[in-house]
Design a protein around this ligand. Structure first.
Ligand SMILES: [Zn+2]
Length: 221
């Protein structure tokens, strides 16, 4: 007779005791519903309107401490207990071959970072149009082995430099929702940009039309 090895396939269900709902008023989950139709005057063509408004649940699983950390105004990363490498965004297992996929442990990271690379966004989704041009950086928080992307505020796009020191600035506790947009980067307090040079002039020229175009958006309201 074959021996049956019983394996626990799923982790036990957590008990959720802390809950906040920041859905905008008027947003309801109605599922899949036909809500109307229109028919052409010759009654040969019909359009039907289907409302498909679903509520999605994102289970962060082992990465949850990172998102809970954001709510608390902290950057949580992970560290390998064997080799000491750290990561933000977090990794649940060490990537070094010698560590044989060792489970990592959670650590609070410093609220300081360095620019790894950066770009200037001249176009965006509707919610950010009036903020253009947006400076986006990949920044290394603390001694993380990987970089994380976010907005860089408080600096002209042409003044950004590789490796420049940054600080992490969180929204107020009331505004935070446990998403990456709960914080942004700003230049470190003791840092100031280098004098204008040819490369900076080139970038300034490139983003000028974006500033002009955004100004017209602001006028229209
Ligand atoms: Zn390791």
């Amino acid at each position: 007779m074959q021996k049956v090895i019983k394996k626990k396939r799923f982790a036990p269900q957590p008990e959720f005791t802390e809950r906040r709902n920041y859905r905008p008023p008027g947003v309801t989950e109605t599922g899949l519903v036909f809500v109307g139709h229109e028919i052409s005057s010759d009654r040969k063509v019909m359009n039907q309107f289907l409302h498909y408004d679903q509520l999605y649940t994102i289970r962060h699983g082992w990465n949850s401490p990172f998102f809970i950390g954001l709510l608390d105004g902290k950057i949580m990363g992970t560290r390998c207990p064997k080799c000491g490498d750290t990561w933000v965004p977090p990794r649940t297992h060490c990537w070094n071959l010698d560590c044989k996929l060792e489970y990592t442990e959670w650590i609070e990271m410093p609220l300081t970072a360095k620019v790894h690379t950066w770009t200037v966004a001249g176009w965006s989704g509707r919610s950010s149009l009036k903020k253009l041009p947006i400076t986006l950086v990949y920044a290394v928080i603390g001694d993380s082995k990987v970089a994380i992307a976010n907005e860089l505020h408080g600096i002209d796009p042409w003044d950004v430099e590789f490796n420049m020191p940054l600080k992490i600035v969180f929204k107020s506790k009331e505004e935070r929702i446990g998403a990456i947009t709960d914080f942004h980067f700003e230049p470190a307090d003791d840092w100031s940009p280098s004098p204008m040079n040819a490369e900076k002039e080139r970038i300034k020229k490139l983003v000028e039309p974006v500033y002009e175009w955004v100004a017209t958006l602001k006028q229209k309201k």
